[in-house]
Structure formats: structure tokens, C-alpha cells
Design a protein around this ligand. Sequence first.
Ligand SMILES: Cc1cc2nc3c(=O)[nH]c(=O)nc-3n(C[C@H](O)[C@H](O)[C@H](O)COP(=O)(O)O)c2cc1C
Length: 172
Amino acid sequence: MKVLIIYATRGGLSRRCAELLRDSLPKVIDVTLLDAKHDALPSPEGFDVAVVGGSIRMGALNKKLKKYIKKYTAELSSIETAAFICCGHINYFDEYKDIELPKKLKCSLGIHCFGGELKPDKLKGIDKLIVKMIRSSVKYEDFEVSFSSKDTLPEMLPETVTRLADKIRDLL
Ligand SMILES: Cc1cc2nc3c(=O)[nH]c(=O)nc-3n(C[C@H](O)[C@H](O)[C@H](O)COP(=O)(O)O)c2cc1C
């Protein structure tokens, strides 16, 4: 089985999610992992499964990733496809999903929120300010997952990633 995973990241979280997904799949699966911003992207034709996703910045997914999804909406919809989004405002996930992905895109394996990293200390200038603002408006109650400390917001939601890996493995 051939799986194509394409991600777009700015801060690295979407890449880590994509890598976790790849590493959670059985070794018999042939995985191609590509960065939408830097790699040449093949057509999904010839792959059995495609996973496409990335982070939300200023309300939008990466332009190159969106262009790829738009160009190959029909091909993606004709195979087993999943999409994922990493965002700080996880309570806006449904809106991002509706606005940023083509209406015609059929994701037989679902559209998933893989979490979001909100660490202002890692950033500078306006980026730092934006993340601080998002952080102060995100509520712990927004997360359905359990987490140990209320001082730390969950970042990546690894169980969501591994659940998708299980779905892909079930196709074998
Ligand atoms: C400059 C900036 C703008 C952001 N804008 C949004 C936003 O509009 N909505 C949102 O939900 N999260 C926003 N975020 C949070 C990111 O989606 C979150 O940090 C995510 O984990 C980034 O993933 P990445 O590391 O793969 O780029 C923003 C983060 C930064 C640094």
C-alpha cells in the first residue's frame, strides 16, 4: 500500500504530526512524506491513501498546500484521503475546515484537528503578540482530551494522529 503525506508548516508542529503519523504506520506501508513548501509534489494518482494538512496562520492554511489540494481535489477525492489542521484556536477548527478546504474535497478518512502549539517564548515581534493573544483566549474546556497540568495547554494531540494511523492500517 502506498501512502502520500503532504504537510505545510511554519513552526514545525505540522511536520512533527506528519512524522508521527508516518512512524505510527506499519513498516510494510510505503510512505512518501513531503513538505508542501519545499518539495516537488506529485499527483495523488498511483497512491492508495493521501493525507494533506498544515497549520493555520492569520486564519489561513499555507498557500502552496491549498493550491495543491485545489488542483488535485478530484484525484484526492477518488482515493482514501484524510486532511488535518493544526491551529491554536482549536474551537475554530470547524470554521477553518469549512473555509480553507474545497467543498468538493471528499475525505473518506476524515478531517482532523491535530492540535496547536502556542509558545510565545519561542517567537519574536508581532508573531509573539499574536500567539499571546490566541493563548489568552483559548480555554482548557475547549479540549476534549485529558491533560495533567492546567498550567500547560496541550499542543500536539498525538492520540488523534495515532487514531488516523489505525484507520489507515485497517485498510491493509
Ligand atoms: C503568526 C501566527 C499566526 C497564527 N494565527 C492563527 C490563527 O489565525 N488561528 C489559529 O487558530 N491559530 C493561529 N496560530 C497558531 C498556530 O496555528 C499554531 O501555533 C500551530 O501549532 C502552528 O503550526 P506549525 O508549527 O505547523 O506552523 C498562529 C500562530 C502564529 C505564530
